[in-house]
Design a protein around this ligand. Structure first.
Ligand code: C2E
Ligand code: CA
Ligand code: CA
Length: 648
């Protein structure tokens, strides 16, 4: 901004200087040219007059007589009149005696009708000096009128009269002046151009360099996609804000924002839309925060805002405003797309450094991400201990299988028609060092983040297959697979090895995978998916309907089963008609695609009736059984085999 005004100012100055210079050059050149031209015309006219005077004297020797005694023969008068008509420019010819008496007048243009008798100034001068005299009689600037008086003398220099010629040289002068007129304009113009060209060129190059420099500086300081500050600039500017003197009751506040499952968003909607979403997010931050707030894209899908000198309420309401705004779907090329953003905030205490503030806000953000909440999470000391808990879980997970803190439980999956057990879903359990259970909702994300899930998952799979080996031949075993396990190239080999070594029939095995995995469309995921299917293993799409594009992925992959997420039972319970319609559509669609449909989270007889009526194949939920330890699952299975099947 500053640079632009500076450049504009130099241009304006150059333009002003140029105009003044062109003006000076124009007037200067014009007047000096005028002078030169006039001088040239005068000298040319004199030559001409001299020539004419000489010619007349030579052609008319009778002038001698005329001057002496004023006698003009008829023949001489006729000759004079005839010949002088052709003397171009001649206005008047007069012949005087030696004492200045007018002897003869030839007035070509009736020039001096009255004053012809009066002796001219030029004559007086010539008589006084005894020399020839030339006078300019020009009335206006366009005319060149010359009067020449030449003494007439004998060969012995005896003066006997004067010849006076009045001569109009205007036409010649004008022709001459016209010839030079273009120079009056062209010359100053050329001179001005000679000055302006290099000056403007220099100014242009200078401003271009300045612009390039500014752009480079901007690029180094800004994030190219969103135009927000980058991390380095943000840190520097925030440090400067921290160096300012504090204000009573006010403190610096920080808001950290992270896009939930941005990888998934990108894979589902394409990178162009992903970029557009980040730009939309940046714009939302810009338009909903104050001018003095520092806003930055710290990296990938992570944004930060430092709100200098705010009250606790102000920070909270700014964060809530952003949350409300980011919940709305955003429009891109006629398409409404919803993204999810997590927000963590922290208000500095007087002695906090920027680093500490950022760390605390990050803990709040991690909490928001882990809980999957789209509420704003404000940092509290309690959350900090939560970080300690994560570290504790991570260490518990490290040796969980070897120390007996991990084990598997099995939840039955029931045939909706016969209400007999068709299989079990194996679910992992973790107990902390003090013996309290840790929920998978808590430890699975940590295991995924730390990469421990591959090892844990392998052990879980081995354990579940070893248990399920003793179940009847027709009972399937469903195992949850994490995206990280799928990304691991050895997955197929390990599964094959387990199947072979435990002698477990592949057709009894089922893998449940969430859409999140398939979003990471790459050749490896595809080929592992196919290889597992080729071995005879069933593939189930888990948590159907909770992700971004369940439907398109369902169509793109060769699934055997579809598990409707339990949120479809709980979330829609208020509006039964609507719930019915949604469930019916999903079940119909799944069946049209030849998939077996399971609904999770079945807790009531009403839900069973509804799902059975809608044609859902399998049911799973607390109504039938909670996930059970190995022995209980086995006992339930034996019971189930003994009891009669329900008649549809
Ligand atoms: P999920 O795969 O959707 O598993 C079903 C979850 O729903 C289980 O929670 C189960 O206990 C719960 N559930 C079943 N019926 C009902 C019901 O009627 N009402 C309610 N409210 N809940 C019901 P759990 O065991 O806490 O597991 C949570 C999630 O953790 C699982 O969701 C799965 O994504 C993950 N998980 C669990 N075990 C493993 C594992 O061995 N490997 C992997 N990768 N993920 C696992
Ligand atoms: Ca599952
Ligand atoms: Ca599920």
């Amino acid at each position: 901004m500053l640079k632009t005004t500076k450049t504009t100012r130099s241009f304006a100055l150059a333009a002003l200087v140029s105009i003044v210079l062109v003006g000076i050059i124009l007037t200067g050149t014009r007047s000096s040219l005028d002078r030169t031209i006039n001088a040239a015309i005068a000298s040319e006219s004199l030559t001409h007059v001299r020539h004419l005077t000489r010619q007349i004297q030579e052609s008319f020797p009778e002038l001698d007589r005329i001057a002496r005694d004023g006698l003009v023969k008829v023949e001489t008068r006729r000759r004079l009149q005839q010949q002088l008509v052709f003397a171009s420019g001649l206005v008047q010819l007069k012949v005087y005696s030696a004492d200045g008496l007018l002897r003869y007048v030839h007035d070509q243009k009736r020039w001096l009708a009255d004053g012809s008798q009066r002796s001219s100034e030029a004559l007086q001068d010539s008589r006084a000096s005894g020399h020839e005299v030339y006078k300019r009689l020009d009335a206006d600037p366009g005319t060149v009128l010359i009067r020449a008086v030449e003494p007439l003398a004998t060969e012995t220099q005896k003066r006997f009269g004067y010849l006076e010629i009045t001569f109009d040289h205007s036409d010649n002068g004008n022709i001459f002046r016209d010839g030079f007129r273009w120079m009056i304009f062209a010359l100053p113009l050329l001179m001005a151009l000679a000055y302006l060209g290099p000056t403007l060129g220099w100014l242009y190059l200078k401003s271009r360099n300045q612009r390039a420099e500014a752009r480079l500086r901007h690029m180094a300081r800004r994030d190219s996609l969103t135009g927000l500050m980058n991390r380095a600039t943000f840190t520097a500017e925030a440090e400067a804000a921290f160096a300012e003197p504090p204000r009573p009751l006010h403190n610096h506040g920080i808001i950290l924002i992270d896009v939930d499952q941005f990888r998934g968003f990108n894979a589902a909607h394409g990178h162009e839309l992903g970029d557009a979403y980040l730009q939309h997010l940046a714009e939302t931050l810009r338009s909903h925060l104050r001018k003095e707030d520092l806003i930055a894209r710290l990296g990938g899908d992570e944004f930060a805002a430092l709100l200098p000198h705010v009250l606790p309420d102000e920070l909270q309401s700014a964060a809530n405003r952003l949350r409300a705004e980011l919940r709305r779907p955003f429009q891109h090329e006629g398409k409404a797309v919803a993204g999810r953003a997590r927000i963590g905030t922290c208000l500095a205490t007087p002695n906090d450094t920027l680093d500490e503030l950022l760390k605390s806000a990050d803990i709040a953000l991690t909490h928001a991400k882990r809980n999957g909440t789209d509420q704003v999470v404000a940092f509290t000391e309690g959350l900090d201990s939560c970080r300690g808990r994560c570290e504790q879980i991570e260490s518990t997970l490290r040796y969980a299988w070897d120390t007996g803190r991990a084990h598997m439980v099995y939840q039955p999956v029931i045939d909706a028609k016969t209400q007999k057990i068709k299989g079990f879903e194996a679910l992992m359990r973790l107990t902390s060092e003090d013996g309290t259970p840790i929920s998978p909702a808590e430890f699975i994300p940590i295991a995924e983040q730390t990469g421990q899930i591959c090892d844990l998952g392998r052990r879980a799979m081995e354990e579940a297959m070893r248990v399920a080996r003793d179940w009847p031949e027709d009972v399937f075993l469903a195992i949850n697979l994490s995206p990280a396990q799928f990304r691991d190239e050895s997955l197929v080999e390990e599964v094959r090895w387990l199947i072979d070594s435990l002698d477990f029939p592949a057709h009894r095995l089922e893998f449940e995978i969430t859409e999140g995995l398939l979003l990471e469309e790459d050749a490896r995921v595809q080929s592992q998916f196919k290889a597992l299917k080729a071995m005879g293993i069933s593939m189930a799409m888990d948590d159907f309907g909770t992700g971004f594009s369940s439907l398109s992925y369902l169509l793109a992959h060769d699934f055997d089963k579809l598990k409707i997420d339990r949120s479809f039972l709980t979330g829609l319970a208020d509006d039964v008609t609507r719930q019915r319609k949604v469930l019916k559509s999903i079940i119909d669609l799944g069946q049209q695609l030849g998939l077996v449909i399971t609904t999770e989270g079945v807790e009531t007889t009403d839900q069973i009736d509804l799902l059975t009526h809608l044609g859902c194949d399998l049911l799973q939920g607390f109504y039938f059984s909670k996930p059970l330890p190995e022995e209980d699952a086995h006992a339930l299975l034996l019971d189930d085999r003994d009891s009669p099947a329900l008649q549809a």
